[in-house]
Design a protein around this ligand. Structure first.
Ligand SMILES: Nc1ncnc2c1ncn2[C@@H]1O[C@H](COP(=O)(O)OP(=O)(O)OP(=O)(O)O)[C@@H](O)[C@H]1O
Ligand SMILES: [Mg+2]
Length: 195
């Protein structure tokens, strides 16, 4: 098997003494290329904390995250940022859209930051699949929660990342749209070899 992601005794503790919260405790996981994996657990059990570390967005208290065998926290900060922009897509639980620019600009922003031009046909394909074609000129605060979530999904898929992390990507969607989004994520794993 082709192992793309692995953690070794990954821990994230917040606070200290009586206030210490062990959000992630000794997580050891292995994900193979092409796998579609869901992390389940109740609210506050550490899912977002774990995902942020897997995506290099938050540093562990101890332990390692290996992507293709390479310890991602051994990169210098700017190298890690570049690696994230090129290889990793992240759909945040709270969307993280930029409020001052429109939907289209939000979707292509990560590629722009990386000095790449968007593959417009490919992006439009995703936009249509997610039903956002009439909202491209809108600012994020004029969209419903579910629409904002779909923009965040379009943004993550558009840069064709090797690995896609999605933190509750269907949390704000109705059940039909949720099924469609999960279908789209699965399709993107199959079609583009994302994980
Ligand atoms: N920045 C922080 N400082 C202190 N504690 C934090 C911080 N971020 C998260 N925590 C705590 O870590 C624990 C795990 O939080 P996390 O957001 O990872 O949970 P979750 O499983 O994603 O929950 P949900 O399903 O509600 O999104 C919680 O107890 C939370 O209060
Ligand atoms: Mg969460």
């Amino acid at each position: 098997m082709d192992r793309i992601l692995e953690t070794k005794n990954l821990c994230k503790y917040y606070g200290s003494g009586e206030n210490e919260v062990k959000a992630v405790r000794n997580a050891n996981l292995e994900i193979q290329k092409g796998e579609f994996v869901a992390i389940v657990g109740k609210s506050g059990s550490g899912k977002s904390t774990l995902l942020h570390m897997l995506g290099g967005l938050d540093t562990p208290t101890s332990g390692k995250v290996l992507i293709r065998g390479k310890d991602i926290f051994s990169y210098k900060e700017d190298a890690l940022a570049r690696f994230r922009r090129r290889k990793i897509g992240f759909i945040f639980q709270s969307f993280n859209l930029v409020s001052s620019i429109n939907v289209w600009e939000n979707i292509v922003l990560p590629m722009g930051l990386d000095g790449r031009k968007a593959d417009e046909e490919f992006v439009m394909d995703i936009v249509r699949t997610l039903g956002l074609e009439k909202k491209l000129q809108n600012l994020p605060n004029t969209l419903s929660g579910g629409q904002q979530q779909r923009v965040a999904i379009a943004r993550a898929l558009s840069s064709k990342p090797d690995i896609l992390f999605a933190d509750e990507p269907t949390g704000n969607l109705d059940s039909r749209t949720s099924d469609e989004v999960i279908g789209l994520l699965k399709m993107s794993v199959e079609k583009y070899g994302q994980n």
